[in-house]
Design a protein around this ligand. Sequence first.
Ligand code: ADP
Length: 389
Amino acid sequence: MLRVGLTGGIGSGKSTVARRLVARGAVLVDSDVLAREVVAPGTEGLAEVVDAFGPDVLDPSGALDRPALAAVVFGDPAARALLNAIIHPRVRERSAELIAAAPADAVVVQDIPLLVESGMAPQFSLVVVVHADVEERVRRLALRGTPEADARSRIAAQASDADRRAAADVWLSNDGSQAELEAAVDALWERRLVPFEVNLRERRIAQGAPGLVAPDPEWAAAGERLRARVAAAAGSLGRGVAHVGPTAVPGLPAADVIDLQLGVGSLDDADAVRDALQDTGFPQHPSVGHDPVRPERLHGSADPGRPVALHVRVVDSPGWREALLLRDWLRADADARAEYVARTRTAAGAATGDTAADRAAELQEPWSRTASERAESWAATSAWVPSLD
Ligand code: ADP
């Protein structure tokens, strides 16, 4: 199954997007609905809330009196933390049950208002953020009956647009009409989510991204998102993830492929982490690297919208070290960058690989072969030490 995280500020249009995705066939796990369910009358969750905050948070019918509870926790971080400690684990448990019950070929969408704030983004194979201008959100919420002051104070307490943008693999702008938003969701469903799910399940690397393109300022943010996602998938077997390759060097033209390097303790660990990477969206490349000096396990991306070459290498091995060194040398040395561009332009015309990652590797190879000696002398004179960033 493909796990998608959906978020956005209050009034941005999350629920509208979620409804449309469900209409197209997604399985929705709505954390707002679950947060109400776990403290519904008769639940153990509600009993714990009453234990913690007293019977005044119940209405005459015995259900939770939300405004009364909100008044108790408002401006009291300890009380809010106590409430969250009752609700959040139960929501997580219910979410896990619903996900486990979904079919193997499902696109599971989790609607989580505070996905960015709570640091959950790396747990998903794709994060979709819905965005609308603040004034427009306040206006739409007012039409729905939320007082303006309420809307503004809730918006101020949530993540900034910059934080949401950094977490977003997909940014859905909802400043136009509802019909425009729905058309954008339909396109996302057909062109990205459905093929992503099929590729993920069949462990197939998505095709795409031929040739060199101009440097994209989004590559750095994509690299950070993917690092966190790969680290989350690798869990305790992972020994650090780095964004390497030409897209990690600002200003360099490159194939639109994010190269990542996951460090592991041994090649056995590389094999042990394979399925977790595949289930997250990084199928293993069928031709495993046989270079005896620089062995690696190579994974690609199942996401048709984001080509990736994920190299799994043993920490401190020659291949691991070289990837970090070439990146840092290119970042530091303008002449090396100029030569790199000239060599890869020549290679780009002749690249024939099947996948984006194959072609990107073909582009990088001729230069890397001749460059490592000079990179080593740069390393010696600049007292370089490997670092993931
Ligand atoms: P969220 O779930 O992010 O709080 P909703 O999807 O509930 O946001 O949208 C907030 C309100 O704005 C709803 O009343 C919804 O019908 C309305 N709405 C959403 N998108 C648009 C749009 N593009 N134009 C006008 N109204 C919209």
